[in-house]
Write a protein that binds this ligand. Structure first.
Ligand code: NDP
Length: 310
């Protein structure tokens, strides 16, 4: 069986940064990128708030650059999806693509988080045909058209104001009569004239035909009224869920599935297993905070291996 000192699962800012640090420390890490090489950031376009890029940077370029930076120091970055893990004892056993097995003395989980969907069959049916969880990726297709955004948090408000800049009209579908979003984000929504907030509304069905989404059927949960709105795009902004299921038999998570790390470190409850990035961060979820936590995990692994290898 193949053996490695440090195995990193996840190819986003957290995974790549931990690969940069561990490879530079001579640990020759192996990193599996998973289903979305480059991570969630690759679903966006320009990143304007990553320090060091005064004019902004293309998200894909930023991720490709992090990847090659790690490879420059000897990180072994591979395509492949981790399909099973056994963390019951060290070395940890990891199965990739249901076939390849690899043993690791230390593990960094950097599997990120995934956008949540409502779970309606019609939403599934029109995914990629008008249903999207990424306004910055797909908003372009709805220029001068009407769209809807579901959710009332910061993500939904950010998506709605972004879409309002290019679409004719943006409906926000909010299930309560208040936003969850911060005051600043709410103010941005309220001061954008082509956003209409539909309070106390639940989505019953995404409507469409062969050409894709044509509307949404809503129900007002106060008076029970059912009504349709005409839209060409339906955007989800109802949060994300952490990709931690694979590890849940061994690794402690909070009630939402975010991996719990020991305060001030990247250590999980299993000695030798560390977590970095959005899979352990319900709060900040930024590329820079993910990268920073990848650095912390790498330094923790270095220290751990030093202590355990003698
Ligand atoms: P949140 O969990 O904050 O908000 C989710 C929103 O979706 C809530 O309004 C929630 O309603 C609604 N919702 C959840 N499930 C459903 C459902 N099934 N049907 C209808 N509505 C639903 O997630 P966000 O992604 O918005 O934010 C996550 C974190 O990231 C927050 O801490 C946020 O502050 C941060 N963030 C910060 C940004 C920034 O500062 N620029 C940008 C984006 C995110 P309800 O309120 O009723 O529960």
């Amino acid at each position: 069986m193949e053996k490695t000192g440090c195995l990193i699962i996840g190819g986003g800012p957290a995974g790549y940064t931990s690969a940069i640090y561990t490879s530079r420390a001579g640990l020759t890490p192996v990193l599996y990128e998973g289903m979305e090489p480059g991570g969630q950031l690759t679903t966006t376009t320009i990143v304007e708030n990553y320090p060091g890029f005064a004019a902004g940077v293309d998200a894909n370029e930023l991720m490709a650059s992090m990847r090659s930076q790690a490879e420059r120091f000897g990180a072994d970055i591979r395509h492949g999806i981790v399909t099973a893990v056994d963390l019951s004892s060290r070395p940890f056993k990891v199965t990739v693509d249901d076939s390849h097995e690899i043993e690791a003395e230390a593990l960094i989980i950097a599997t990120g988080a995934t956008a949540r969907y409502l779970g309606l069959p019609s939403e599934q049916k029109f995914r990629g045909m008008g249903v999207s969880a990424c306004a910055t990726c797909d908003g372009f297709f709805y220029r001068k058209k009407d769209v809807a955004v579901v959710g009332g948090g910061d993500s939904a408000c950010e998506e709605a104001t972004y879409l309002a800049g290019m679409c004719k009209k943006v409906y926000m579908i909010v299930r309560r009569d208040v936003f969850r979003a911060s005051k600043a984000m709410q103010d941005r929504v309220f001061s954008t004239p082509n956003i209409e907030v539909l309070w106390n509304c639940n989505t019953q069905e995404v409507l469409g035909d062969d050409s894709g989404v044509t509307g949404v059927r809503l129900q007002n949960n106060k008076d029970g009224r059912v009504f349709d709105i005409k839209v060409d795009g339906f955007f989800l902004g109802i949060g994300h869920h952490p990709n931690s299921e694979l590890f849940s038999k061994w690794i402690k998570t909070d009630d939402k599935g975010y991996i719990i790390t020991e305060e001030g470190t990247s250590a999980t409850n299993v000695e030798g297993v560390f977590a970095a990035g959005d899979v352990q961060d319900p709060r900040y979820r930024q590329a820079i905070t993910a990268a920073a936590s990848g650095c912390r995990a790498a330094l923790d692994v270095e220290k751990f291996l030093l202590a355990h290898r003698g």
